[in-house]
Design a protein around this ligand. Sequence first.
Ligand SMILES: Cc1cc2nc3c(=O)[nH]c(=O)nc-3n(C[C@H](O)[C@H](O)[C@H](O)COP(=O)(O)OP(=O)(O)OC[C@H]3O[C@@H](n4cnc5c(N)ncnc54)[C@H](O)[C@@H]3O)c2cc1C
Ligand code: SF4
Length: 260
Amino acid sequence: MTALWKYALESKTVDAVFAVRKGVDLYDAQPILITDPRQLANTAGSLHCGTLLLPKLVKKYLDGVNGIKIGVTVKGCEAMGFYELAKRQQINLDNGVMIGVNCGGSVSPVLARKMIAEKYGVDPDTVHKEEIDKGQFIIEYEGGHKGISVDELEEDGCGRRSNCRRCRMNIPRQADLACGNWGVIGEKAGKATFVEVCSEKVQTFSPVRSGQGFSRPKLQTRRAWTSAGKSRAQCSSLARSGGSTTSKPSARARTGSGRS
Ligand SMILES: Cc1cc2nc3c(=O)[nH]c(=O)nc-3n(C[C@H](O)[C@H](O)[C@H](O)COP(=O)(O)OP(=O)(O)OC[C@H]3O[C@@H](n4cnc5c(N)ncnc54)[C@H](O)[C@@H]3O)c2cc1C
Ligand code: SF4
């Protein structure tokens, strides 16, 4: 994703990229507006304790994307937020490109610290990496690494936020691209990003247009994946059914010329 944003900035497809970077530690996800492609490296990587909702910030501090073209990285709930604000004519989606991350859930930073101290027996300040893989929340810290099943954590009142447990937007197909590690199989599993092209807008990205370096799945063909214990088909159908309540706004709403 970072490479795509770099291309988008360098080719002037967008004027700025609004993404998320690690702040003082990995529990501190910070929004950042980037115009210099060299700064994008700071935004690479997934912060599972990043519970930000960028649409509100875009509306409040970027004038609803009027007069500037921006690219935004979004989780499913953020894509939903953008469309709801666009329907209310508070954001101009015509000036935005959204790259979505597949998302199995995020953990409240306050609860994450408590969980790591109490369930893992590790000082949260010594943790330098976290990930969710094969249904486990895994931490790496000074002196080792440890994983505990997300199901077990959640039975004890820890783990993902309750809204994430009932989320139906795990694959953000309302965005222009949906990216994740689900769907990557074989020797590339864990090393490549699965990219789904979800709108015609990103045809202006030449790497997407040429298909260079991209998996180009037929959207109707689902491969099975096993991460987090669900199949991609299950997840896709969840995303689709969730999409019905937050469908893309009409052309009128998107241009800000109509009422929802
Ligand atoms: C909370 C979370 C949960 C995820 N769960 C899954 C999952 O279950 N299955 C799956 O297939 N993929 C999941 N992903 C996506 C996956 O981890 C990778 O982000 C994706 O594969 C793209 O990898 P990349 O190396 O191409 O992206 P990178 O080049 O590393 O870029 C990552 C992008 O994500 C942004 N980002 C990081 N943290 C956040 C955040 N908290 N909120 C919004 N944007 C953020 C960064 O700013 C950057 O733009 C999740 C991502 C997040 C943030
Ligand atoms: S699981 Fe759903 S609600 Fe939770 S952060 Fe991901 S997209 Fe948002």
